[in-house]
Design a protein around this ligand. Structure first.
Ligand SMILES: NC(=O)c1ccc[n+]([C@@H]2O[C@H](COP(=O)([O-])OP(=O)(O)OC[C@H]3O[C@@H](n4cnc5c(N)ncnc54)[C@H](O)[C@@H]3O)[C@@H](O)[C@H]2O)c1
Length: 350
């Protein structure tokens, strides 16, 4: 039987989920949609063709009126924790958009509620469910080119053209670290198969940035397996834009893995690319790579994994318990902006 889902927050990005992700996954059945803003609810309802009787302006009302197993939270970040806790208290499983919570401490409130209720919490980190990222993770895990050393990642976009007045993106809290780099932090953990230990952040905003807080930064992240990642991310780059997953160079003992991804339309892996070059006596030699098959791409991948894990009674990939490490890296990186020091990454781990 499909997992019966209440979808909360369908006004903005959630409206896209309702059209391009939820209907793609046969193990998911949307039974209700919620948005606190009636105008946003009407817009999302119309866009996704959701029946009026399935639409509500509060999660509480939807849970009272409709039988459901789980809640998908794609509302504004500040509402993630209260909505997730409310759903868990009502005995629902929860899938929540990134970033999991505004702080690691608040993420722990959700984890405590999940433990108490005996329910699953997963964070949708959609960039995980793309073939190039998963193939890179497999090659690293298999030590296909020997041990992993240094990793270089570049993310470049130009998101600086909108006029300053009224543009919400410019006023986000830590727009690079929490809104965007959280994807790359989470991918670092997946691809390297290591957990972050410490981070140093140097803000590198150019004079033309219209963002209130950091839109561009250079980070050095140290991992528990000894790998060091050098990361450059920018929303205000005048250079050639990268794909959303960034451009990754993984230097291994016997050669290099290069990959990039998440560049096509919703639900498509167009633009995913991975290349392996082995170090030879006369220079690098390209080797063929077969990309792993990923049946559900991006957010559909999160939904399918969530439904599978709930059905099997297993901890999902990107469970809340695991994902708190990605959030902790963003939090430590933000602390480093203020302190100017290398910061330890802590999330209550042993
Ligand atoms: N994974 C990605 O690629 C990606 C891309 C964009 C946004 N996001 C994430 O998606 C989430 C939503 O982003 P957004 O830009 O649409 O946010 P937003 O601020 O536009 O909010 C989305 C909707 O949530 C509704 N909402 C707020 N509080 C609510 C509550 N208590 N109950 C019901 N509805 C409520 C709002 O009315 C709005 O319609 C964020 O977590 C964001 O980080 C992820």
């Amino acid at each position: 039987m499909a997992l019966r889902l209440i979808h909360v927050g369908i006004g903005g990005w959630g409206g896209d989920w309702a059209v391009n992700a939820v209907p793609r996954v046969p193990t998911i059945e949307r039974v209700a949609a919620v948005d606190a803003d009636p105008a946003a609810l009407a817009k999302g309802r119309k866009r996704a063709g959701i029946p009026e009787e399935q639409c509500f302006t509060s999660l509480g009302e939807a849970m009272d009126k409709v039988s459901a197993d789980a809640v998908l939270v794609t509302a504004t970040v500040g509402a993630h924790v209260p909505l997730a806790v409310e759903a868990l208290h009502a005995g629902k499983h929860v899938l929540v958009e990134k970033p999991f919570a505004p702080t690691v401490a608040e993420a722990h409130e959700v984890l405590a509620a999940a433990d108490e209720a005996g329910r699953t919490v997963m964070v949708s980190q959609n960039y995980r469910f793309f073939p190039a990222a998963r193939t890179a993770a497999r090659l690293v895990a298999d030590q296909a080119l020997g041990r992993l050393g240094t990793v270089h990642i570049d993310f470049r976009k130009w998101a600086n053209s909108a006029p300053e007045a009224g543009h919400r993106h410019y006023r986000l809290v830590h727009p690079l670290l929490y809104d965007m780099a959280i994807h790359h932090f989470d991918l670092m953990r997946m691809v390297l198969g290591q957990e972050p230990v410490s981070v140093y952040t140097q803000v590198s905003d150019p004079p033309w940035s219209r963002f209130k807080e950091e839109a561009s930064a250079v980070l050095t992240v140290t991992f528990d397996g000894g790998s060091v990642v050098s990361y450059r991310g920018s929303w205000v780059s005048s250079g050639e834009p990268t794909a959303w997953s960034g451009a990754w160079h993984l230097e291994c003992e016997d050669g290099e893995i290069y990959w990039t991804g998440r560049d096509g339309p919703a639900g498509s892996a167009e633009g995913d690319d991975i290349r392996v070059t082995r170090r030879g006596d006369e220079g690098p030699v390209a080797e063929p790579v077969t990309m792993l098959d990923v049946p559900y791409i991006g957010r559909a991948g999160s939904l399918a994994e969530f439904a599978r894990a709930v059905e099997a009674g297993e901890e999902p990939e990107s469970s809340g318990r695991r994902n708190v490490a990605s959030l902790a890296l963003a939090e430590a990186a933000a602390r480093s902006v203020v302190s100017g020091q290398v910061e330890k990454v802590t999330w209550g781990q042993d």
